[in-house]
Design a protein around this ligand. Structure first.
Ligand SMILES: *Cc1c(COP(=O)(O)O)cnc(C)c1O
Length: 359
């Protein structure tokens, strides 16, 4: 068996300890004679698993008691529609910050349901910075303010939490659990699972209770946060196994020292990789220094013709999924929580060797 260092943006690497535990208990979970995958979601065993996962996530993030935590399906993309369906009427206006590809998708979906005011657009820097709040053109009566704290494709991370009098709604898909977060600043925090939480398909939604009950009458029931909260996210069959894996990841993060521990680990990895890029005179990262993502590190080579040999050589060295997003090209190393420092060191070594032979 050979494990590679997987730099995929998502689905992404999971902690090896978690995968080994899943393997060991696949056929018989704690004497139940079956896999968690095969259990009734209404049975005592799974209800216990679900409650433990929620409790651990609440502990990690310090989620206040006045927030509901939902484990839903359809990924973050389903929430792009669920958010306006739960928080607006067709006459409402919502404020949205456009910092790149995922902001744009959220905007496109919201436009189907309500009016959208783009308060700021980072187009001027080709989406390589976060426009300062002083430049934002806010509307007077927005139902909420939406932003993308970490743009997974552009590698742009907000260095601040926006000030907002209206509920702040944030797509934390690619940065949740990478460092501490003050949930009380937000109306809604949501995150697809396949970057820092677990298997794809699952989406975690943390919503302030006073925002429940604003949904449209015609919201599909599976998107109705209030109905889902009332049923413990089990109004229909939840993604039981993904939920279980997420719970094991939460426990793994606790063993790493919680979110403070993750932050130290992630900051060190990011510093190592950006340092290698900036010091090379060969590789380049286009993002404004203060907005560089800890999780997704895009970089270019001096000539796009080197992309293919770089990626192919990397693969031979056991470093996979480094090709940039198809929309932007270049390279991108996603270094989520589960990527060990040894993986970053191996990448930096490979980058130096490639530069030596191709520079
Ligand atoms: C990956 C990602 C999504 C999409 O998640 P799906 O599970 O494909 O719906 C949305 N937003 C951000 C910031 C992401 O990184």
């Amino acid at each position: 068996m050979t494990r590679v260092y997987n730099f995929s943006a998502g689905p992404a690497a999971l902690p090896e300890e978690v995968l080994a535990q899943l393997r060991d208990e696949m056929l018989d979970w704690r004497g139940h004679g079956m896999s968690v995958m095969e259990m009734s979601h209404r049975g005592k065993a799974f209800v216990g698993i679900a409650q433990q996962a929620e409790a651990d996530l609440r502990e990690l993030l310090g989620v206040p008691a006045s927030y509901k935590v939902l484990f839903l399906q359809g990924g973050a993309t389903a929430q792009f529609a669920a958010i306006p369906l739960n928080l607006t009427t067709p006459a409402s206006i919502v404020d949205v910050v456009n910092t790149g590809a995922w902001s744009k998708k959220a905007i496109g979906e919201a436009k189907k349901y309500c009016k959208v005011n783009v308060v700021a657009d980072a187009a001027a820097s080709n989406y390589a910075h976060v426009p300062p709040q002083s430049e934002w053109q806010r509307s007077a009566d927005a139902a909420y303010l939406h932003y993308t704290p970490n743009e997974t494709i552009g590698g742009v991370e907000f260095p601040f939490v926006p000030e907002s009098d209206v509920p702040l709604v944030a797509d934390f898909s690619s940065t949740i659990l990478s460092r501490p977060l003050d949930v009380s600043r937000f109306g809604v925090v949501y995150a697809g699972a396949q970057k820092n939480i677990g298997p794809a398909g699952l989406v975690v939604v943390i919503v302030r209770e006073d925002l429940l009950g604003r949904a449209r009458a015609d919201v599909p029931t599976v998107f109705d946060w209030k109905a889902m909260a009332a049923d413990g996210s089990m109004l229909n069959t939840p993604a039981t196994y993904s939920w279980y894996v997420a719970g094991l990841v939460f426990q793994w993060i606790k063993r790493q020292g919680g979110l403070e521990g993750m932050a130290r680990h992630n900051e060190a990895k990011a510093r190592r990789l950006y340092g290698a890029i900036d010091g090379s005179g060969f590789y380049r990262n286009p993002v404004a220094v203060e907005c560089r993502s800890w999780m997704n590190v895009p970089f270019t080579l001096p000539d796009a013709a080197l992309d293919k040999p770089f990626a192919e050589g990397a693969k031979k060295a056991g470093l996979v999924a480094l090709e940039g997003h198809r929309s932007v090209g270049g390279m991108r190393a996603s270094i989520y929580n589960a990527m060990p420092m040894a993986g970053v060191e191996a990448l930096v070594d490979y980058m130096k060797e490639f530069q030596r032979t191709h520079g």
